[in-house]
Design a protein around this ligand. Structure first.
Ligand code: DLL
Length: 451
């Protein structure tokens, strides 16, 4: 099956649908499948003490569910729950059934782990294949992955999705931008996969090297892992002369592959045969009206190793259920408009202010008074951490102050995984607050009402 859509760049784009049966299923069939899978999930959760206790307490079993909307009878799972079940308390299969373990950063600096069985990995590859194909990846293409390979789900998730499509993958991994460009010139990949901000860095670096970024071979970009705006999409498309597609996911429920755009670019299609997504008012936890912003709460219907029941993502987005021009029948989600917690995403890395605090605590002479300033002067996020130090530590010796800055910066890197500029400031120069301290000044403009 293939769709023909008038593209924003006024070209006609025709891309096949990877799994037409799953992606264009009539809604009543899709909902019946969701219900069946939800019931199976509730049965499977009886093997996880954390879930079993809550379900027993509420006297809920598979029989309690008559439609997917009955999911509202079930309890939520939060990042805190995951932390309390650290490292693998939420496993629903024996440890020996695991095929892989990834991790995501947590407020404490310790990663929370997410586990996969071999079948979970198969499903994951398929889900990535779906959105990659919906945004133009074809078997004859070569795709360069400039995401980190490691505990982060971006690199491996996309890698296997590309292989599943039958395309050629270049696992370039994150960083070393000049080398990324050299690889592109040598190997002519048509597709680039990374964070949206890194795509702009590649364009900047190409210009620094005296090249026209539009002359690079890539024609399609699949970007995700951090918030971006419609303006940024235009910039990326113009600077690199490509079509840029958005995709969304989070490690707790699988990684990339929860949703992704089609050529209509009217929101990201949620892979609803595998994820039941609710959009709730974060205060009342009641569903918001269609098209209104709310917190996404995701249930992974088919994950074997570590299923998530009503995971509170803290991501604010909107859902649209009307049919899409591409023929897919799935609900679409808007861009992520913000978060309900204080998590920052710096160059694709999730960072909690508490991690910066933890790093400061490790360095003698610092005080717990600090301010994190995040900006995006050109294309990449910059972090400045202003830290008050004890008066007796304050020194006229530049070299000592410099060494202290470097030490703090190293600790921040160790705990939070980001490079920050550290500015030592005089005692009592950072504003004090009576109530909740304001520790973060985010100067980036990431709000975007567009899809
Ligand atoms: O970032 C998974 C991923 C990798 C998705 C590569 C897409 C591409 P985490 O590190 O657990 O997983 O971070 C998840 O990142 O809750 C959102 O706040 C944010 N995020 C992910 N994709 C997008 C996006 C991966 N397209 C957190 N737009 C999520 C906005 C996004 N925010």
């Amino acid at each position: 099956m293939s769709v023909s859509i008038r593209h924003s760049a006024a070209t006609t784009v025709r891309y096949p649908i990877w799994d037409p049966e799953a992606e264009t299923r009539p809604r009543p069939e899709l909902e019946a499948l969701q219900l069946e899978r939800l019931r199976e999930l509730v049965s499977r959760l009886a093997t996880v003490p954390f879930y079993r206790d809550q379900l027993t307490h509420r006297d809920i079993g598979p029989h309690s569910l008559r439609s997917p909307a009955d999911i509202r009878k079930l309890p939520f799972t939060t990042k805190d729950d995951m932390r309390r079940q650290h490292p693998l308390g939420l496993l629903a299969v024996p440890r020996k059934a695991l095929a892989r373990i990834h991790g995501s950063s947590g407020t404490t600096g310790k990663p929370t782990f997410v586990a996969y069985t071999a079948r979970d990995l198969e499903t994951w590859s398929d889900l990535c294949a779906r959105f990659l194909v919906s945004g133009g990846l074809a078997p004859e293409h070569t795709a360069q992955v400039a995401f980190g390979y490691g505990l982060f789900t971006g690199g491996f998730g996309l890698h296997y999705g590309i292989e599943r499509v039958g395309a050629t993958v270049i696992p370039a991994a994150a960083g070393n931008t000049r080398r990324q460009i050299e690889i592109m010139r040598d190997l002519d990949p048509e597709v680039l996969i990374c964070t949206p901000s890194y795509a702009l860095t590649i364009a900047d670096t190409a210009r620094e090297l005296g090249m026209d970024p539009r002359a690079l071979p890539i024609r399609i970009g699949h970007f995700g892992g951090e918030p971006w705006t419609e303006d940024m999409r235009r910039e990326i498309e113009e600077q690199l002369d490509i079509d840029a597609y958005n995709n969304y996911g989070l490690s707790e429920v699988i990684g990339p592959g929860v949703s992704g755009e089609c050529p209509a670019r009217a929101g990201m299609h949620i892979q609803e045969d595998h994820f039941l997504v609710e959009c709730l008012d974060p205060e009342t936890l009641e569903p918001v009206a269609e098209g209104e912003p709310g917190e996404l709460v995701i249930t992974s219907l088919t994950r074997e190793a570590m299923p998530m029941l009503r995971y509170r993502t803290r991501d604010i987005a909107r859902l649209y259920r009307e049919p899409c021009a591409c023929g897919r029948t799935t609900t679409r989600m808007s861009r992520v408009a913000g978060r309900t917690d204080d998590m920052l995403i710096i160059r694709g890395v999730n960072v909690f202010p508490s991690q910066i605090e933890e790093a400061l605590l490790r360095v003698e002479g610092t005080t717990p008074h600090y301010l994190i300033e995040v900006s995006r002067p050109s294309t990449l996020d910059e972090v400045h951490v202003k830290v008050e130090i004890h008066p007796e530590i304050f020194s006229d010796r530049m070299d000592r102050m410099q060494a202290l800055c470097e030490r703090i910066s190293r600790e921040i890197h160790t705990v939070a995984g980001i490079r920050a500029h550290v500015d030592l400031v005089e005692p009592r120069s950072i504003e004090r607050f009576v109530g909740k301290a304001k520790r973060v000044l985010d100067k980036r403009d990431l709000t975007d009402q567009a899809l």
